[in-house]
Design a protein around this ligand. Structure first.
Ligand SMILES: [Zn+2]
Length: 522
């Protein structure tokens, strides 16, 4: 495959080296205007996905809506990839040239339902999921860029293939390692991933944050009448609780860069029946693959110990994985030049009022409103920093990759929270998404017109990034994606959420449909 890609590549080198620096700059200036012209479409996509409010693996409306847009634009869609019903990969080719993948996540957060544009907690549907991470904005960024790129590739005879793909169930880190395992990134030259943030930024080297393995432990005991014959019962719940006690003793001896957290997903049915089954679900995080696997191994031992103590049986399954992320220097540096050209959006007085009011509402230590100064290019950290994970990590070890962070949210919020949903269907999210799309589009133009950049990006990937660390998947061929997750929650709330789906044929914006004054302050 590598040989074929290279052969294709040589042809384009000849076809496209003829473009002068001035010609390339002209194509880039034009595409900035084309992205800006699509601002209305971007806004509709952002608002629409916000209104669907779908949790991981249940992104049915979002995926149907997005794939229809891409189909109409001439993309060929493969649906249900990696055995995940809501996953897909869209492909559009215009002659020979590099194969560039553009991706972002689409799922939302449990219990984060929130009216947009309102600077205090006001759920649209009490207890329902909502976009309290802002994943409704990323796919609109890459689709906007791709549609503008299609025009510019045709107008300027730029050969290449665009791939659009969704990070399904990112909050469960449960799709991207499966895509990699199943070969969906095998013929791709580079990947630009996008993620909502509060600035327009990119980094290279090992990213801030961790990788993780997500594991469910299930204990099997014996039921009995809790009062009539408790001596005949063996409690699976006791085992799950003891496992948690054991892990919490372990916690004292974990390096501070490690993180772990858990929930009980089955803790029995009612007190008078000794629980014959109980399940506990952990995320084990660290900054290296080896560190993650060590935690996983320790947890397996603690689970076995808990089973021994309670005379129960334990089994486990992997529900998700994310490799620690490593981003490509060449793509990041190329992108950073475009970031500086695009700059941050111009925020209105209303945007800033909303942002400051939300920062105050959640007692943020940043009460300065939206970002007005670009961040620097993120360079490799001298000292690693712990924190969240994203399964883009697995893709970053399959092909040269970066994550573009775009400014659709407010600095200083806690994340995975209703407050993070407030901006996500307002002019702040819309302007941030357009800025992100401009950066993606111009960066892709750079890689389509300067083939040596792809050679350099691959050289960094092969000779710097992969020099000391070798990717090995945390999932096996046999691990299925846990596509059943969140089924029950969505079943409970979908009919209520449907009443709030955004109808772009009737309303200019979602705020208008919801009859919200922008901004609504306390
Ligand atoms: Zn995210």
């Amino acid at each position: 495959m590598i040989a074929i890609t290279f052969a294709l590549f040589v042809t384009t080198v000849h076809a496209q080296q003829k473009l002068s620096k001035r010609q390339i700059e002209k194509i880039k200036t034009e595409i900035l205007n084309k992205v800006q012209d699509r601002h209305k479409n971007t806004q509709v996509m952002v608002d629409k996905i916000f209104s669907f409010a779908e949790l991981g693996f249940q992104e049915y409306e979002s995926s149907a809506y997005l794939t229809k847009i891409l189909e109409e634009a001439g993309f060929t869609i493969e649906k249900g990839i990696s055995g995940i019903p809501t996953a897909w990969m869209a492909r559009w080719s215009f002659g020979e040239g590099p194969v560039i993948a553009l991706g972002s996540d689409v799922d939302c957060i449990p219990k984060a339902s929130q009216y947009p544009g309102v600077a205090y907690h006001k759920p649209m549907v009490e207890g329902a999921p909502g976009h309290g991470e802002g994943h409704n904005s990323g796919i609109p960024v890459v689709i906007t860029a791709a549609l503008a790129l299609q025009e510019q590739m045709k107008n300027n005879d730029l050969g290449g293939t665009l791939i659009i793909w969704p990070g399904i169930a990112e909050e469960l880190v449960a799709s991207k390692a499966w895509y990699v395992r199943d070969g969906y990134f095998d013929d791709i030259d580079l990947c630009i991933f996008t993620h909502v943030s509060n600035n327009l930024s990119v980094s290279y080297g090992q990213a801030r944050g961790t990788g993780l393995i997500s594991v469910e432990y299930t204990f099997q005991g014996e039921a009995a009448h809790s009062a009539g014959a408790p001596w005949r019962g063996r409690s699976a719940l006791d085992a799950a609780e003891l496992m948690n006690v054991g892990w919490n003793y372990k916690r004292e001896h974990l390096h501070p860069l490690k993180r772990s957290h858990s929930i009980f997903i089955d803790a029995g049915d009612q007190p008078n029946v000794v629980p014959s089954k109980a399940s506990i679900w952990y995320y084990f995080r660290d900054i290296t693959y080896d560190g993650i696997m060590k935690m996983y191994n320790d947890a397996n031992n603690i689970a076995a110990g808990a089973a021994l103590m309670t005379d129960t049986k334990v089994s486990s399954k992997v529900l998700g994985t994310a490799w620690p992320r490593h981003f490509n220097k060449v793509i990041a540096e190329t992108m950073f030049e475009n970031i500086q050209k695009v700059g941050l959006p111009t925020w209105s007085e209303a945007d800033q009022q909303l942002a400051k009011a939300v920062q105050k509402e959640v007692n943020s230590n940043n009460q300065e409103g939206l970002s007005t100064k670009l961040s620097d290019l993120g360079r490799p950290l001298k000292n690693p920093v712990s924190g969240g994970s994203d399964d883009i990590g697995d893709i970053s070890w399959a092909v040269p990759t970066v994550t573009l962070r775009f400014p659709s949210n407010i600095p200083g919020l806690q994340g995975h929270h209703w407050s993070n949903a407030i901006t996500m269907a307002t002019p702040i999210a819309h302007k941030g998404a357009t800025a992100g799309a401009k950066v993606v589009a111009t960066t892709v133009i750079d890689f389509l017109t300067k083939p040596q950049l792809i050679v350099q990006a691959k050289d960094y990937f092969k000779n710097v990034q992969s020099k000391e660390v070798q990717y090995q998947p945390m999932i096996t061929e046999k691990d299925p994606p846990p596509k059943y997750l969140n089924e029950g929650i969505m079943k409970e709330f979908r009919s209520e959420l449907e009443k709030f789906y955004y109808d772009e044929t009737k309303y200019d914006s979602y705020l208008e449909q919801l009859n919200i004054q922008y901004p609504t302050l306390k």
